[in-house]
Design a protein around this ligand. Structure first.
Ligand SMILES: Cc1cc2nc3c(=O)[nH]c(=O)nc-3n(C[C@H](O)[C@H](O)[C@H](O)COP(=O)(O)OP(=O)(O)OC[C@H]3O[C@@H](n4cnc5c(N)ncnc54)[C@H](O)[C@@H]3O)c2cc1C
Length: 455
């Protein structure tokens, strides 16, 4: 399927439904959950009733071949509030990592555990980062060792969304230290398993409605079947790792989720830009709306342009993921880098445009400013995205448009726009036209003139 921007009626319905949910359910309680740092259970219940909190919903979005459903949904939801949005989609992030590793049977077993159902909601967590290393996955120290029919996990995790309160924790641990980061595997650890301890809930700068925690695994035992992917796959991966091939069990998942996270940042950025523009149109200084001053409108114009550019990068990466195209130029990282950085710049400018009001809690812009900063840090910092993009610069793969799949009619190759045949025919036609009376040229001119807008 070729890359395009036409939205289907289902896309538009998804946007409208999510936007209404963000406007009517999330925004009215966003400031409360931010200030109190209170987990938004009642919003999760409402999301579940609306169909936004179940594994099949996300399966459906990921399965959209245009790639647009996922970023459209994320942008609208996070336009409401990033902290509440994260609480809603955290199980989907954990499930996405799980889906990379798990067998189909394991997915069937654990996916319902990640979400539950209305009235009996469940939570999931993805546990990768550790006090000694978030960016450097080679430095992860949590270990899992086999003991009969069980795996025993020991280690320390930090900044874990839903950590300790989740029904299922997807835990990254090293099973073979000699294989470095390739010797890691993922385990499903149910909440309440002896040896899994919630050390503390972390108090955050932004996204405060979401629960983020520090965890310890101390002799935490899970059945052998909780190794995601199973024994045979692990043995194959370790054998590959010994030959220097393969990759970390979680890096692949991060690549897939980067456009998803980029779209979240777009939602925060758009909320702030819309607010700043409306404020600037209303607020007067020196006898006119401040938006009439180029000192205010020019930065907003730049940022509006950057926001659209970031959205295009995000949609492209998401389309590529849906088409299972490899990110030869780190297109996923490009989308996350640009969207997160523009979100920080836009929210900062929104505070500036709103002046003193922007700095106090009367307006939502200071919250968006705090929320946006997370996006240059988690799911790979901006520096790490640059490292990933930088690495692709040396292998000089051709640009994406040199290898896009084609899905137009075969005849287009011979007679389509820009082909040599058309150029030759056009040249001959010009010669004939020069010798033909204008009255006779009216009909052919009508045929070749591009259609007028609305015509
Ligand atoms: C609110 C929140 C929620 C989170 N949720 C989760 C979660 O659910 N699950 C999870 O596993 N993790 C989660 N994280 C962790 C997050 O992914 C890490 O914080 C992030 O990967 C950075 O790791 P670090 O904090 O250890 O920073 P470090 O890796 O110590 O980096 C510190 C600084 O050095 C820079 N740096 C590091 N290496 C390089 C390099 N090679 N070149 C240039 N600069 C470099 C970094 O960019 C950064 O600026 C969350 C974090 C936060 C704040």
């Amino acid at each position: 399927m070729s890359y395009g921007f036409s939205l289907t009626p289902a896309h538009l319905d998804l946007v409208e439904r999510t936007h209404a949910f963000a406007r009517d359910v999330i925004r009215p309680v966003a400031a409360h959950h931010d200030q109190e740092e209170e987990f938004p259970w009642e919003v999760l219940e409402a999301a579940a009733r609306e169909g936004f909190y179940n594994p099949l919903f996300y399966r459906d979005l990921i399965g959209d071949p245009t790639g647009l459903s996922l970023p459209l949904f994320m942008e609208e939801l996070f336009w409401g509030c990033a902290g509440i949005g994260l609480s809603i989609v955290m199980p989907a992030l954990a499930l996405s990592a799980m889906a990379q590793a798990a067998t189909p049977d394991q997915l069937l077993r654990w996916a319902p555990e990640c979400f539950g159902e209305p009235g009996d909601l469940k939570l999931a967590a993805l546990c990768v980062s550790e006090p000694e290393g978030g960016s450097d996955v080679r430095n992860l120290r949590t270990r899992a060792r086999r003991d009969g029919d069980e795996w025993v996990i020991d280690g320390h995790k930090i900044w874990i969304g839903n950590g300790g309160i989740a029904n299922v924790h997807v835990v990254n641990a090293t099973v073979d230290p000699s294989a470095g980061h390739r010797g890691q595997a993922l385990f499903a650890v149910p909440g309440g398993t002896p040896g899994l301890e919630l050390v503390r809930k972390l108090s955050k700068l932004g996204c405060r409605a979401s629960h983020t925690a520090e965890l310890k695994f101390d002799g935490c035992r899970v059945p052998a079947e909780n190794l995601l992917g199973g024994d045979e796959k692990l043995e194959r991966r370790l054998a590959e790792a010994k030959r220097g091939n393969g990759r970390s069990s979680t890096l692949g998942a991060f690549e897939q989720t980067r456009p998803m996270v980029a779209a979240q940042a777009l939602g925060v950025a758009r909320a702030a830009l819309e607010f700043a523009c409306e404020w600037a149109a209303e607020r007067e200084a020196f006898g006119e709306p401040i938006l009439d001053k180029q000192g205010i409108s020019f930065p907003l114009a730049e940022l509006a342009t950057d926001l659209d550019a970031a959205r295009l990068l995000t949609w492209r990466a998401s389309w590529m993921a849906a088409q299972r195209m490899e990110y030869h130029h780190a297109e996923g990282s490009m989308s996350k880098l640009r969207a997160s950085e523009v979100a920080v710049r836009i929210t900062e400018q929104a505070v500036q445009v709103c002046g003193g009001y922007g700095y106090v809690r009367d307006l939502p812009v200071e919250k968006w400013y705090r929320d946006a900063k997370l996006y240059t840090i988690f799911e790979g910092t901006s520096e790490i995205q640059r490292v990933v993009i930088g690495r692709t610069l040396v292998d000089a793969a051709p640009p994406l448009h040199h290898r896009l799949p084609t899905d137009g009619p075969g005849l287009g190759r011979a007679f389509g726009r820009g082909t040599k045949t058309r150029a030759v025919v056009a040249g001959k036609a010009m010669q004939v036209a020069a010798k033909t009376p204008p009255s006779l040229m009216k009909l052919p001119m009508k045929v070749i003139t591009p259609p007028q807008k609305g015509g």
